[in-house]
Design a binder for this molecule. Structure first.
Ligand code: CDP
Length: 700
């Protein structure tokens, strides 16, 4: 505390700061608490930081006609949910609210057209500039590089040859190194290339083999795959590799047909949607001037125009992806059809990329701000047993969504394109942290059917209440500008049932009476009533939830990150500000219960971080405290899939694998992921890299 308050300066001490762990204080002190730029002395305590954020975000409501006292009351609510550590907004909001730096959002997607610069500001070097501006203030950026012509292709203006997307990505990577995010954290990027691209093999291998730990260190990379591709993988059939160059004749628009050839996978759902719409509205046309053609028609045209460079066996391409991911964790996959099928405002265009960790599939120039609820805070205990405080959770969701919606108005956008795109959909992403610790408190092992059921039910509850809040906000302040009540896709209509998830993963068992009773309230939620309300009153935000990794805010909240299992029971945490040892406090509690809390035992556990194989530990502890690498991949996936069903954007998750898992495991996981309807997938095999982008937790 002396660090924060200054030696002997306790007058500002607020007992609420005692809720913060030592690690939380270290992180806040190093990066979040404001300092006087001249003396470098701290000018705020943690509570003052929460107050700054609450005040700044509540003040937005003055613009909506709220009175001073109403705004003050909201400020109190915002302050309360943050200072009790029930909810925290993403890092940029905590750092920048009320300061000179104005970006409060964590997630951005920037378009990259196949030109150096364009009048619209979306050429390669325009994108680079946009990235630098976003990174400077702590945001993360995602790009689809598929529009860039492959290396060796013709460049008309110079009669030379193109260098290709992977070499351009290297420039983005170097620039990321140079521009430290707000001087406080390293910039993060997602680089996407779609599977039809002629340079896809170079992309797949751009971070593995000899290039592992060397190239594109500020990028996570993902291959954008489509249903047609996955089906051809299963059947071992050929797919075309295409150059997008043909589609860009200077001064003209994209060639429609070749565009279609690359996007052909999306047509089936598009047609279905259009048919539905035609039925409903009696004649609206999607894609303005364009007609819909079949996949085969598009391919014939592409072939004729020389856009198909060659054909490749889908299975061998898929094996290359798998091999590379097994080797280094990259690339992950993005399931582009699933992303677009379940995009609530699909009528605005096709999504091709996500932010760095995958929780936000966004349209070009869109940004999204995140915030996460700390689930562990809602486990209560009475003499009659444990229960979940659903009322408290609903109340927290209500103010959290309101706060996130205010962030959109409070944001100072670095570019007008970003402002325009963000303000037209007003996407916000309410997520969670502390799932693993919630489960431990309820006595449910992470890798159990009960845990998956609980995830499914809690996700459904959060989605329901976040959505309901957004309808209420629309009543008060109006819908997002491009809201179309008839075309808006209600994602709950396409949520897969819980049993389906078990079926795909071949996990046997049924949820117990205990967990059914714990979550019985969720079965009473009426989504069709909610839909009627939406149609009647409107909707404030195109998306409302999103499961982010909560890398830093979970440290501030002192809980486990996101929906991940515990990473290690005791480990060394390696962050920009130094190394420190951490022992999970719930684990320590359990050790105490069994009178095992002596330093020798703790030291032993810290050596491996786990107790799963420790025969001397009581069975309860061994089952309840299984860590990330001990949890079978199916259960990692099941949690991700459970949360994704009740999520209108994405669910960030790392499928952690033991180092001895063979490439076949990665293959199985990737295929299962597609069938489970998650929007993207990332694996990380223990010890496969010297360091992970973003994720610190280095196990000793
Ligand atoms: O916990 P915190 O709010 O710091 O962030 P997170 O939940 O771990 O990450 C959320 C998003 O913030 C990521 O998906 C990125 O878009 C962005 N981010 C970033 O740009 N740079 C980082 N070093 C970490 C996160």
């Amino acid at each position: 505390y002396n660090h924060v308050y200054g030696k002997g300066k306790w007058k500002d001490f607020d007992p609420k700061d005692l809720l913060l762990t030592y690690n939380a204080l270290k992180v806040l002190e190093a990066r979040y608490l404001l300092k006087d730029p001249n003396t470098l002395r701290y000018i705020e305590t943690p509570q003052m930081m929460f107050r700054r954020v609450a005040k700044y975000l509540a003040s937005v409501e003055l613009k909506y006609g709220k009175s001073e006292s109403e705004v003050k009351a909201l400020e109190e609510k915002f302050y309360e949910i943050m200072s009790n550590l029930r909810f925290l907004p993403n890092t940029p909001t905590l750092m920048n609210s009320g300061t000179r730096l104005g970006i409060l959002s964590a997630c951005f997607v920037i378009p990259v057209r196949d030109s150096m610069t364009t009048p619209e500001g979306d050429g390669i070097y325009d994108a680079l500039r946009a990235m630098a501006l976003v990174h400077q203030q702590g945001g993360g950026t995602g790009f689809d590089f598929s529009e860039l012509r492959p290396k060796g292709d013709v460049v008309a203006s110079t009669a030379g040859v193109a260098s290709g997307p992977v070499s351009f990505m290297k420039i983005f990577d170097v620039s990321t190194d140079v521009v430290k995010q707000g001087g406080k954290r390293r910039g993060a990027n997602m680089g996407v290339m779609h599977v039809w691209h002629a340079e896809i093999e170079d992309f797949i291998n751009s971070k593995s083999g000899k290039l592992k730990d060397v190239q594109l260190q500020n990028f996570n990379i993902s291959v954008g795959v489509y249903d047609y591709f996955m089906e051809k993988v299963e059947r071992g059939e050929e797919v075309p590799l295409i150059t997008p160059r043909k589609t860009r004749i200077p001064g003209t628009d994209h060639d429609y047909y070749i565009n279609k050839a690359r996007n052909y996978m999306s047509e089936e759902w598009a047609q279905e949607e259009i048919l539905n719409e035609l039925e409903e509205k009696g004649g609206a046309v999607w894609l303005d001037e364009s007609k819909i053609i079949t996949v085969d028609e598009a391919l014939v045209i592409a072939e004729k125009e020389g856009a198909i460079i060659r054909w490749i066996n889908a299975r061998s391409l898929f094996n290359e992806i798998v091999k590379s991911a097994w080797d280094s964790g990259d690339p992950g996959l993005l399931f582009i059809d699933e992303i677009n099928r379940r995009h609530p405002v699909w009528y605005l265009g096709k999504i091709n990329a996500t932010n760095p960790c995958g929780e936000e599939p966004l349209l070009p120039w869109e940004s999204c701000n995140l915030g996460s609820i700390n689930l562990e805070k809602f486990v209560k205990e009475t003499e009659n047993g444990k229960y979940i405080d659903w009322d408290g959770l609903a109340e927290t969701i209500k103010y959290a969504v309101r706060l996130l919606d205010n962030v959109i108005d409070a944001n100072k956008y670095p570019l007008k394109q970003i402002e325009q795109a963000t303000k037209s959909t007003r996407k916000v992403g309410l997520g969670v942290m502390g799932l693993a610790r919630m489960l431990i408190k309820l006595g449910i092992p992470y890798d159990s059917v009960d845990a998956i059921y609980l995830s499914y039910q809690v996700a459904k509850f959060i989605y329901y209440h976040a959505f309901k809040t957004s309808i209420e906000l629309a009543k008060e302040k109006g819908s997002f500008p491009v809201y179309d009540p008839l075309r808006y896709h209600d994602i709950w209509e396409s949520a897969r049932p819980f049993e389906y998830l078990l079926e795909v993963t071949k996990v046997e068992g049924k949820p117990s009476e205990y967990v059914r009773k714990l979550t019985a309230i969720v079965d009473k939620l009426d989504f069709s009533e909610l839909k009627a309300e939406r149609i009647k009153h409107g909707l404030r935000n195109a998306t409302v939830v999103s499961v982010a990794p909560t890398g830093t805010i979970s440290i501030i909240a002192g809980t486990s990150s996101s929906i991940e299992p515990l990473f290690a029971l005791a480990f060394i945490r390696n962050v920009a500000v130094g190394k420190f040892m951490e022992i999970d406090s719930l684990f320590l509690e359990y050790l105490r219960k069994y009178e095992l809390d002596n330093p020798e035992v703790v030291k032993k556990v810290a050596e491996t971080g786990t107790v799963g194989e420790n025969m001397f530990m009581p069975a309860t502890i061994r089952k309840l405290f299984r860590t990330a690498h001990e949890v079978p991949p199916e259960f990692h996936l099941l949690h991700q899939a459970a949360w994704q069903q009740w999520n209108d954007s994405g669910t960030s998750k790392t499928i952690n694998l033991r180092s001895e898992e063979p490439p076949e495991t990665v293959e199985r996981v990737y295929l299962m992921a597609w069938k489970l309807g998650v929007k993207g997938i990332t694996v990380y095999r223990d010890k496969s890299k010297s360091q992970q982008v973003i994720y610190f937790g280095i196990k000793k």
